[in-house]
Design a protein around this ligand. Structure first.
Ligand code: CNA
Length: 254
């Protein structure tokens, strides 16, 4: 058991109001690649400026770039199951310690694991709508359409359908609610995020307590006030939280 895992467990044990900011690193063990990790979608994409995939102006000009990526992404998502860390967060919520999760993820794995208070700040793939007439479509309907054509089109008006995920150039969702959650927290866990995307990366700094970052790989510390940072752990999430959970149970037993 590492000393760092012990310290993390102690901070969780002492906390009464935990908030989580989760990122794509939460779901890599479930088989969904992240963006900026070594096997990430941006890292591996063989295209110039891979950020264009999620650029709103580019989407309206040529939705096919996004949809080629999205087809694969939906295949990953439909097969994925929640990880140990997703389940540990459910336990903390059931115990009344964890007050909510702000997730940058669009894969719904927190919901699948059983977490209830979730703010999908970048939206989710489960909802889709026509960019012209706003008719809504489920993920299953989109998958069916994508078996027939690269770019799914609306049955009503022929407009291009877009998933309800936040592209660059669109405002994030639930920002006020996420800010309130962070402000009321006495501990923030930042899990599997490079903290490269704002405003999400700015949220942990709002806590009145401490911040623990667990991310295997580089993290931007630009928006992390040093006086609030208790730990920055460069480790794989499920390995680390398996240790934390053991230590946490020992602390509960007294
Ligand atoms: P990111 O910038 O790709 O960062 C992820 C970080 O997690 C990287 O630093 C990785 O090295 C690290 N990492 C990968 N696997 C693990 C692991 N098992 N344990 C610990 N650390 C790990 O992703 P962010 O979430 O910071 O960026 C925000 C984007 C990514 C959001 O807009 C998301 O919508 C988007 N995204 C979401 C998903 C998903 O829903 N699963 C997948 C890919 C991208």
């Amino acid at each position: 058991m590492s000393e760092v895992a012990k310290k993390c467990a102690e901070l969780i044990y002492k906390s009464n109001s935990i908030a989580v900011l989760s990122g794509a690193g939460m779901s890599t063990n479930a088989g969904i690649p992240d963006f900026r990790g070594p096997n990430g979608i941006y890292t591996k994409a063989n295209i110039k400026n891979p950020e264009r995939i999620f650029d709103l102006d580019y989407f309206y000009r040529d939705p096919s770039l996004f949809y080629k990526f999205h087809k694969k992404f939906l295949e990953y998502i439909t097969k994925a199951e929640p990880t140990f860390t997703h389940k540990f967060l459910v336990q903390l919520e059931k115990e009344g310690k964890l007050k909510g999760i702000v997730t940058q993820n669009i894969d719904s794995l927190h919901q699948k694991a059983g977490s209830e208070k979730i703010y999908e700040i970048h939206g989710g793939c489960w909802k889709n709508y026509c960019t012209k007439c706003k008719k809504e479509y489920s993920q299953e309907e989109i998958l069916e359409k994508m078996n027939i054509e690269i770019i799914p089109k609306c049955d009503n008006c022929g407009g291009v359908i877009k998933p309800d995920i936040v592209f660059f150039g669109e405002p994030v969702k639930y920002l006020t609610e996420s800010e309130v959650l962070m402000k009321n927290s006495d501990l923030v866990l930042v899990l599997g995020s490079s903290l490269a995307v704002i405003p999400a990366a700015m949220l942990p700094s709002l806590t009145r307590g401490k911040i623990i970052v667990v991310n295997k790989g580089e993290v931007s510390e630009w928006y992390l006030p040093p006086e609030k940072v208790a730990l920055i752990v460069n480790e794989e999430l499920d390995n680390f939280f398996t240790q934390v959970a053991k230590e946490y149970e020992t602390l509960k037993e007294g």
